[in-house]
Design a protein around this ligand. Structure first.
Ligand code: GRF
Length: 215
């Protein structure tokens, strides 16, 4: 992919990660062309963030479609108006169909608030506290058909503080996400990180483990 790769960001909610991308591009720290922000939720605050930043927005409500396949087809048609090279899922709360993932194979990124493969799914912060884990964090990974299980690119991790609440932990993890997500997307956008044969390749080498940064 070229260094100014055309990037669509898909959101469903607040969009603090989207804001991190917008800010990084504005500050000249991230060489991506944010070509569209797409939401399945017309009330997503992230749409306002995009409009304020002058980025085109698009919205299709899944409730207007009878099934996932028809919704995903409509989303693809909408996204293709902007010819994105890369899709960045940033709090996009829809599971993507096999057809959708195949259409953009190796070109979809997600961020998940846990040290995958630990804690796929929801409610990760509380689950980490309940388990008494010493470490927690967030993972940027390629999206494959299996939920929260695609090849991992970059993890940001932190030590869990004793007595910390799930809300406090969530805020600290979120701050890490705002660093690692634009960073990992830049690696993919520049071609330093690639998805090949179902695996993550970093600087031309097969990466069994993600890059890990401790905060
Ligand atoms: C993030 O915590 C991310 O890990 C998860 O969805 C959340 C999105 O938050 N996939 P925001 O809308 O970017 O604030």
């Amino acid at each position: 992919m070229s260094s100014a790769c055309k990037t669509a960001i898909l959101i469903s909610g607040s969009g603090t990660n989207l804001q991190a991308f917008i800010d990084a591009v504005d500050h000249g720290e991230l060489d991506l062309d944010l070509c569209v922000v797409f939401s399945n939720n017309p009330n997503a605050y992230g749409l306002q963030r995009a409009e304020k930043a002058g980025i085109p927005t698009a919205c299709i409500q899944h409730s207007d479609y009878p099934d996932r396949a028809s919704f995903d087809k409509a989303v693809i048609a909408e996204l293709e108006r902007f010819s994105p090279d890369l899709l960045v899922l940033a709090g996009f709360m829809r599971i993507l169909s096999t057809e959708f993932v195949a259409r953009y194979s190796g070109r979809i990124l997600n961020i998940h608030p846990a040290l995958l493969p630990l804690y796929p799914g929801l409610n990760t912060h509380q689950r980490v506290l309940d388990a008494g884990d010493d470490w927690h964090g967030s993972t940027v990974h390629f999206v494959t058909e299996k939920l929260d299980a695609g090849p991992r690119i970059l993890q940001g991790r932190l030590a869990v503080n004793s007595g910390e609440s799930a809300e406090e932990l969530a805020l600290r993890v979120q701050a890490i996400e705002h660093q690692i997500y634009p960073q990992a997307a830049a690696w993919v956008g520049s071609g330093a990180v690639e998805f090949r044969d179902g695996e993550c390749w970093i600087d031309g080498k097969l990466a069994d483990e993600p890059v890990i940064q401790t905060y």
